[in-house]
Write a protein that binds this ligand. Structure first.
Ligand SMILES: Nc1ncnc2c1ncn2[C@@H]1O[C@H](COP(=O)(O)OP(=O)(O)O)[C@@H](O)[C@H]1O
Ligand SMILES: [Mg+2]
Length: 330
C-alpha cells in the first residue's frame, strides 16, 4: 500500500537566539531514513511528507492510503496534534494516537491530572508562570522543575533537581524565560527510573521494560537530563529487564497498561516511571510519539532485546493501526 511518512527533521543549525536544545525533539534525517527503509522492505510504496505548512499540499499530492506519523509539530502544547488533525480533516487514516491524546500527553500537568483521576500515582505538583509567582509548595524538597510541555529532556538539566527554594526559583526562571511556558514543579521521586514500551489496542501488551541506571550518581540524585542524554555512554547503563522484584515489575506493567488506556494511546507509546521510597511506581510522563531510531531510541532497544527486531517493530505498529482501522495490508 502507499504509506505516507510524516516527520520533522532537526535543522542543521540552531539560531543563536534559541536555546541549545530548541530542536531536541525532532528526528534526525537518519531516523526518518530507517523508518522509510523499513516500510519499503515491508513492501510499501513510501512517500515522505515533511510536517509544516507544505504538509496539506504534500498529502493531497501523494494520496497515501495511510500515514505513519512521527511528526512532533511546531508551536505550542498542541503541536503534536497538527498532523493527525489535518489528516482527519482530509479523511486520511494514520498510525498512532489521535489529536486529543497527543495534546493531553504533551501537556504534562494535564496528563498527570488524568492519570491521577484514573487511580494511578503521580508525584504532587504545582505550575508557575514566572519566578516572581513562585511561592511555598505543599510538598517537601527536593523537587524537579521542568517545562510543562516539552520532550526529549528539552529544558531538563542536572540542575533541574532543586533542593532549596532558591534553586527551585532559579530553575522556574530558567524554564519560563527560556521556553516561554509554565514551569512544572513536582516532587522529586528518588528511586529507580523505568521506561515501558506498550504496543497495540484491545489488547495492549508491554513489549519491554528498561531501567535507566546512573553510572556516576546515586538514583536519588539522578536526572535523565539533556547533559546525561548527550553523554549517555558514560553516564548511564540500560537494564532490560529492570533489576527489580517480580511484584514491582508486575505493578509497573499494570500501571503502564492502565495509563495507556486512560490516556487513549493507540498503536504504540512509551511511558516513564520512577519508584518512590516505598517502591510504588510514580507516573512521570507518557510519550505517544516515542523515538524510533534503531539502536538508540528506547522503544526499539527494548523491542530488539525482547525478540522484536526493528523491522518487526515497525511492521507491528503499522499492523495495529491497520487492524484498528479495518484496513487490509496489501
Ligand atoms: N518527578 C520526578 N522525580 C524524579 N525524576 C524526574 C521527575 N520528573 C522528571 N524526572 C527526571 O527527568 C527526566 C526527564 O523528565 P520527563 O518528564 O520524562 O521529560 P521528557 O519529556 O523530556 O522526557 C526523567 O527521565 C527523570 O530522570
Ligand atoms: Mg521522559
Amino acid at each position: 500500500m502507499r504509506v505516507g511518512l510524516a516527520y520533522n527533521v532537526k535543522p542543521a543549525d540552531t539560531p543563536d537566539h534559541l536555546p541549545e536544545d530548541a530542536f531536541e525533539e525532532y528526528d534526525s534525517e537518519a531516523t526518518v531514513g530507517h523508518i522509510e527503509n523499513a516500510l519499503s522492505r515491508l513492501g510499501h510504496d513510501v512517500r515522505r511528507l515533511p510536517a509544516g505548512r507544505g504538509f496539506v499540499d504534500a498529502v493531497r499530492g501523494a494520496a497515501p492510503d495511510i500515514v505513519f506519523n512521527i511528526a512532533e509539530g511546531e508551536g505550542g502544547r498542541c503541536r503534536e496534534a497538527h498532523v493527525p488533525a489535518v489528516l482527519e480533516m482530509l479523511g486520511v487514516p494514520y498510525v498512532g494516537s489521535d489529536p486529543l491524546t497527543l495534546c493531553a500527553t504533551l501537556d504534562k500537568p494535564v496528563a498527570k491530572r488524568l492519570v491521577e483521576h484514573c487511580g494511578f500515582s503521580t508525584p504532587p505538583f504545582r505550575t508557575f508562570r514566572s519566578a516572581e509567582a513562585f511561592d511555598s509548595l505543599p510538598f517537601p524538597f527536593p523537587v524537579i522543575v521542568k517545562p510543562a510541555f516539552e520532550g526529549s529532556s528539552k529544558g531538563v538539566r542536572i540542575s533541574s533537581r532543586a533542593t532549596t527554594f532558591g534553586e527551585a526559583r532559579d530553575m522556574v526562571r530558567f524554564v519560563t524565560e527560556t521556553y516561554r511556558q509554565e514551569a512544572l514543579v513536582e516532587a522529586f521521586v528518588p528511586g529507580a527510573e523505568v521506561t515501558v514500551g506498550v504496543l497495540g489496542n484491545d489488547p495492549q501488551r508491554v513489549v519491554g521494560m528498561m531501567e535507566i541506571v546512573p553510572k556516576t550518581v546515586p538514583p536519588s540524585e539522578f536526572v535523565y537530563s539533556l547533559e546525561v542524554k548527550r553523554d549517555w555512554e558514560n553516564q548511564v547503563s540500560y537494564r532490560i529487564p529492570p533489576d527489580l522484584p517480580a511484584a514491582t515489575l508486575a505493578e509497573i506493567e499494570r500501571c503502564a497498561l492502565g495509563i495507556y488506556r486512560a490516556l487513549g494511546c493507540l498503536d504504540f507509546s512509551r511511558i516513564d516511571f520512577r519508584l518512590d521510597a516505598s517502591g510504588t511506581p510514580q507516573f512521570i510522563e507518557c510519550n505517544p510519539l516515542p523515538g524510533l531510531s534503531p539502536g538508540y531510541g528506547d522503544l526499539p532497544i527494548m523491542a530488539e532485546r525482547t525478540g522484536l527486531p526493528y523491522l518487526s517493530l515497525v511492521s507491528e505498529i503499522l499492523s495495529h493501526a491497520l487492524a484498528r482501522l479495518g484496513m487490509a495490508s496489501a
